[in-house]
Structures are given as structure tokens and as C-alpha cells.
Write a protein that binds this ligand. Sequence first.
Ligand code: C2E
Ligand code: MG
Ligand code: MG
Ligand code: MG
Length: 291
Amino acid sequence: AAKGSGKNTWRFHEASLQVTAYENMMLKRDLREAIERGELSLQYQPLVDAQSGCVVSFEALLRWTSSEHGSVPPSRFIPLAEESDTIRKIGKWVIEEACRFARKLSAMGKGEIRVSVNVSPRQLVAGDFVAIVCKAIDRAGIKPNQLEIEITENALIDSLEDSNDKFRELRAIGVGLSLDDFGTGYSSLTYLRSLPVETLKIDKSFIDLIVSDEAQLQFISSIVDMAHVLRLAVVAEGVETKEQLEKLVKCQCDFIQGYLFSHPLPEKEAILYLDRLIAEGTRGGANWPRS
Ligand code: C2E
Ligand code: MG
Ligand code: MG
Ligand code: MG
């Protein structure tokens, strides 16, 4: 509260903090039951090849529609889930569900499309993480390379050795690994080289600036070059305009993800999206610069 605004402001502030704490408690409680109540679902957002305009993969993004709280965004409930082992339960469900979707796509003859899932540090450090992933792949009957794991830079700082071993194990059987929100964390180049990642996902905050500023464009272009030297593929996250897309294609960025192509979609709509691109033949559709 601002100085001089009187005692009431402070009281108000304190009261609203209590409301938030109470809300958090209720959300956490209800989140524990969300799977059993069938309140969780995944939406799928396509990633598009920057050269061909083909859909190469879908990112699975978690949605919670609570009977008590309505639709709650991941930015609100994931941090709460991460405060306890709830995230492990939910994370396991996400992995299984995503593998099932990947299986469905192959079974429908849609080709070798990958599905990626976001994984929290707390899932990663659990002793059974690799086993959960392998079992989900087996049960769905997919190839390991149809699944990709997304982790953020900061997820690894505390337990790099342990996580690295797990990633090597998963990479060895073919599971994909990408570094999410790249540029927002604290990873050094040394650290980056030590990780068995295949892909860097450049955070939306960098992509937003790409058209406003020549220096920013050069910056992204250098990141792409560096990634390629390290033999990493690059995804641009949060691409919303054709102008951004054109610049990213010029920078040799490998894959594009963002509202320009599609919002995250429920399973059925994701499949329809794929069908539409295949039918159009132009793959990237009307949004594609070189169609
Ligand atoms: P993320 O993994 O970086 O996912 C990308 C986020 O950017 C998604 O938000 C997506 O809807 C949004 N996005 C994609 N393209 C655009 C665009 O063009 N413009 C804008 N403004 N936004 C775009 P969402 O679905 O709200 O998820 C937010 C974050 O929550 C994710 O960021 C991820 O960190 C986390 N999350 C989502 N699902 C899961 C999950 O199953 N497990 C875990 N641990 N985290 C998850
Ligand atoms: Mg992600
Ligand atoms: Mg991301
Ligand atoms: Mg992001």
C-alpha cells in the first residue's frame, strides 16, 4: 500500500492476502481430486516446420475445469501442484494421456507426429520418473521417439547430475528432450553443452521483440546460429504475426509455435487441424509465407 493512504489500505491488503491464502488452500485441496473427478484435460498446440510448413509435433498443455472454481489457468494451478506431490500424480497422468494421443495419431495414419509434455522439477527428481515414462510408452504402444519431454532451465539447477543421468537414459531409448522458455533462466553455455537436449525453445518474450528492433533480430539470429553449432534445433515460441514468422524463417529458425498457426486445441480439433493442413497440401495454410 502507498504511504499516507492510511491504515485502512493496510487492512485491506492484509485481508486480500488472507483471501489469496485461503483460495490457494482450496485450489490445492480440489486439485488433488481433479483427476478422479475427470476435470483435467489436455489441449494440443501444433509445432510447424519452418521450411516445409508441416506439423511436426504437438505440445500437450494441461487444462483444469473445476466444478468449484471454473476454468483455472496452468499459471495459477501448476505452481500450487508443485508445492506438493500432487504434481507427480498429475504429471504421470499427463504423460500417459499424451502417449495415448500419440498412439491415436499413428493409428489414424497421421504420420510420425510427436507429442511433447511439460515436466516439473519435482517429477524429475522422483526415483520412478524414468520408469513412469517407459511404462507409459509401452502401454500406449508408441515408439519412444514419439514422446518428447520439455524442461525449463531452472528445473535442473538443483539436481543437474541426477537429472542428466535420467535424460541420458531416456535419450538412449529415443525419447526427445527440449529446453523450454530458453533465455529466461540461468543456464550457462557450459551447462547447455552438458545437457543431452535436442531442441531449444526460445521464449516468447524474445520473439515479441523481433520485429521492433534490428538488434533484437540479430540477437535471435545469433542464438539460432549458436544452437546449430551445438547441433540443437530451435523452436520459436509464441509466434503471433506473419511478420515475426518471416523474420524467423530468415534467421533459419527450425520450428514455429504460436497463435499465428493455432491456439492449443482439444484433441478432436487438433486432429481436424492436421487433416485440414494435409488436405490443403500447402501445409502451413494461408499463414505460410512461401506457399
Ligand atoms: P509453456 O510450456 O512455455 O507453454 C507455452 C504457453 O504459451 C502455453 O500457455 C500456450 O498456450 C502459450 N502460447 C502458445 N502460443 C502462444 C502465442 O502465440 N501467444 C501467446 N500469448 N501465448 C501462446 P499455457 O497453456 O497457459 O501454459 C502455461 C505454462 O504452464 C506452460 O508454458 C508450462 O510451463 C505450464 N504447463 C502447462 N501444462 C503443463 C503440464 O502438463 N505440466 C507442467 N509441469 N506444466 C505445464
Ligand atoms: Mg512447454
Ligand atoms: Mg515454453
Ligand atoms: Mg514459455
